[in-house]
Design a protein around this ligand. Structure first.
Ligand code: ADP
Length: 485
């Protein structure tokens, strides 16, 4: 679509419509006032009817002298002489007497005279210019004698020049007010639009800077708390989050490089040592081999964690779901950790009911969750500490597994973040900071929850809740029922 600025759109869509409305209103107003003035002039010239005039002239009789006397007397006694002029016209359309006293030349044409004679009311109105150039409105009323003979007419005239002058002044006033109103609308509208467009431009510039990698860019001086203010706050927040995530990424790269280097150094070191000593020291060879194997296993675990994390992030994690017994998986993991706990001088207690806990899940992923939690418990518990694993079925619907250790614990400020990717509360212990993030995703995928409570220096409690098959079936059944309703 063609680019069109907001200002241009506003001018086209709003200002132009307002301009049209203003023009229509101004013209209508002018026409109303003009009609009012012309109406008043018309009312003035229609002061007397044909019958009234007839009755006056009848009083003087139908003779020529009677007509002339009546005409003179009528003009002399005419009371509205200051606003209106009167001509008395004889039956041959000649002006006999005028209220001003000045004679009117015979060739002055009484344009409406013929119309008045023919009209049923005996009068006709004409608007036009006199030979002198003056614009007038004239009303000619004919009169007849009692015997029905046509006697002549009286022409009432008002000047329209003064009215027209007033109307011109009025038109200028209306035009000035309309122009003023339009100018005010234009200026205030443009100022308002500029107050929106300029910050939007600034937001665009800042967003471009952020996109270009300047994560410190922010919009600081938008003064109002409105939709644009909210947008600015969101952009600033986005920049903060991006910069946080950038920092996290850098931290992660440095942590992970460090984590990878440690086992690699051990493997390389022991490889070189074994190469040097050859077959001379079988005990040393065995020890070296053990370390190489355990460090390779650790490396492998770390790479697997990273791959899982990347699969989860891109939504490519594959779950091979089947009907399993959660407690059987927990048994396996608990027993495989007994030895390691023992070697670390940690007491591992395992209490689980000997009943089946069926569920639909990926057994290796569920095991991965248990292994990760127990691995952390061992990593963060000193020699002499205890780890307790207990499991119970609640409401026949869910399995609740609690892993409790008496280890280092987690500081309250770190606790809300430890399930986040790359977050490490303790940098002195080896780890990538993604184990719990992956566990949380796996548990969530299976419809469960993972909660962590901890007291720094006292220990940590991780509670994993997983829905059992009955609960899932029941939920499905309820869903189907509600869909059928
Ligand atoms: P890591 O690979 O670093 O262990 P995790 O995601 O598994 O990554 O754990 C995140 C952080 O949570 C750890 O760095 C550690 O600080 C804290 N943590 C997890 N489990 C425990 C625990 N049982 N005791 C103390 N701290 C723990």
């Amino acid at each position: 679509m063609k680019y069109m600025s907001i200002m241009k759109r506003w001018l086209l869509n709003v200002a132009s419509i307002v301009l049209v409305i203003l023009i229509v209103v101004s013209v209508s107003l002018f026409m109303i006032i003009r009609n009012y003035y012309y109406g008043a002039a018309k009312m003035t010239v229609e002061a007397m009817t044909s019958e009234e005039i007839s009755s006056i002239f009848n009083m003087y009789g139908a003779s020529t002298s009677g007509f002339e006397n009546a005409a003179r007397e009528y003009c002399e006694n005419f009371s509205s002489g200051d606003t209106m002029a009167v001509w008395v016209i004889d039956k041959n359309a000649r002006v006999i007497v005028t209220s001003s006293g000045f004679a009117v030349s015979d060739d002055v044409e009484i344009s409406e005279y013929a119309d008045a004679k023919e009209s049923p009311g005996g009068s006709a109105i004409w608007t036009g210019r006199l030979p002198s150039g003056e614009k007038i409105m004239a009303n000619t009323c004919i009169f007849r004698y009692e015997n029905g003979r046509f006697g002549g007419a009286i022409r009432y005239m008002v000047s329209l020049d003064a009215i027209d002058r007033q109307l011109v002044n009025l038109a200028f006033m209306i035009l000035a007010v309309a122009v003023l109103m339009f100018a005010v609308l234009l200026l205030s509208g443009m100022a308002f639009i500029r107050s929106i467009v300029n910050p939007v431009k600034e937001i665009g510039e800042t967003a471009k800077k952020i996109a270009g990698g300047d994560l410190g860019a922010s919009i600081d001086h938008y003064p109002y708390n409105d939709e644009i203010g909210e947008l600015c706050a969101t952009i600033n927040d986005m920049a903060d989050k991006l910069s946080e995530s950038d920092k996290m990424k850098n931290d992660f790269i440095s942590t992970i490089s460090h984590e990878l280097r440690t086992p690699l150094t051990a493997i390389k070191g022991w490889g070189e040592t074994l190469q040097q000593i050859g077959d001379s020291d079988p005990a040393m060879t065995k020890r070296g081999m053990d370390i190489i194997i355990s460090e390779s296993t650790r490396l492998n675990g770390m790479v697997e964690d990273l791959l899982d994390f990347s699969r989860i992030s891109s939504g490519r994690m594959i779950y091979n779901t089947e009907r399993i017994d959660f407690l059987a998986e927990l048994d396996d993991v608990a027993y495989s950790f007994k030895d390691r706990a023992y070697r670390n001088g940690i007491e591992l207690a395992y209490n689980a009911p000997a009943i089946p806990a069926p569920g639909n899940a990926d057994p290796s992923r569920i095991k991965q969750v248990f292994i990760n939690i127990l691995d952390n418990a061992i990593k963060y518990t000193e020699e002499g500490g205890t780890i307790t694993i207990s499991a119970a079925i609640e409401d026949k619907k869910k399995l609740v597994v609690v892993f409790e250790d008496s280890g280092a614990g987690i500081a309250p400020e770190d606790l809300p973040h430890i399930k986040e990717k790359f977050y490490k509360a303790n940098n002195t212990v080896r780890g990538s900071g993604i184990g719990l993030a992956v566990c949380d995703e796996i548990v969530k995928y299976h419809g469960g929850t993972m909660d962590i409570d901890s007291v720094l220096g006292e220990g940590t409690k991780v509670t994993v809740t997983l829905p059992l098959e009955i609960a899932v079936k029941q939920e499905k059944h309820e869903k189907e029922e509600s869909e059928n309703e």
